[in-house]
Ligand binder design. Structure first.
Ligand code: G3P
Length: 214
């Protein structure tokens, strides 16, 4: 399973990229706004750090605006993927952008039916939002399992990004299902490293080692 970082924070992206763990990045308007920096500057810096795909979201709600934004944004760097909200105008844009060679990520998807439509429309990536479904007492990961089954049944080339990840268990469940990608907030990736038995074991090994004559 590929790891994307779900952030627009350049320092976090650099830190985890240096560890070799970042296969791509996803941003959204909220994550960009959180940085308090000019949009283009942030995106360009991220694209220079990361070799893999960097998702940047279009905010227009009608086809012409979405297409124009996608064309403009994709010219900023070679590895830009245009995130398009799952609305009818957005779905209309997917095959057009595919024909133009512009990569797309169908975002704000919350059901397997939405993902099926996006896959049929030729999206390169689809992003089911797991945590936000869990938040309203729906099993987000069930939607991922359904989408992966549909993808495999019909051989769609779309890659499924498990998004809105809240904790390390989401990553285990996504990997168990065989999702293509999880997009992970930095604080969740940090937690994936932690185990008290690792800390305790290391402490005891180092203590014992101090009594050894080398
Ligand atoms: O980038 C999209 C998604 O991962 C947002 O997550 O935590 O705002 O639900 P969240």
């Amino acid at each position: 399973m590929k790891f994307f970082l779900d952030t627009a924070n350049v320092a976090d992206i650099k830190y985890w990229s240096d560890m070799g763990l970042v296969d791509g990045v996803t941003t959204n308007p909220s994550l960009i706004a959180k940085e308090g920096r000019p949009f283009k500057e942030v995106v360009r810096e991220i694209c220079a750090i990361v070799d893999g795909p960097v998702s940047v979201e279009a905010t227009s709600l009608e086809i012409e605006g979405i297409l124009q934004e996608a064309r403009d944004l994709s010219a900023w760097a070679d590895n830009i993927v245009i995130k398009i909200p799952f609305i009818k105008e957005g779905v209309k844009a997917l095959p057009i952008l595919k024909d133009e060679g512009i990569s797309t990520n169908s975002t704000l998807t919350f059901s397997a039916n939405q993902a099926l439509i996006a896959m049929k429309a030729g999206t390169d990536y689809v992003s089911p939002f797991i945590g936000r479904l869990d938040d309203i007492a729906h099993y987000g990961m069930d939607v991922v399992a359904d989408i992966m089954a549909m993808k495999n049944n019909y051989g769609f080339a779309t890659r499924v990004i498990v998004a809105s990840v809240r904790h390390p268990l989401h990553i285990i469940e996504a990997a168990r299902i065989g999702a293509d990608i999880s997009t992970i907030p930095a604080q969740v990736l940090e937690k994936m490293f932690m185990h008290p038995l690792t800390d305790k074991g290391l402490e005891s090994f180092l203590k014992d080692w101090r009594s050894v004559e080398v």
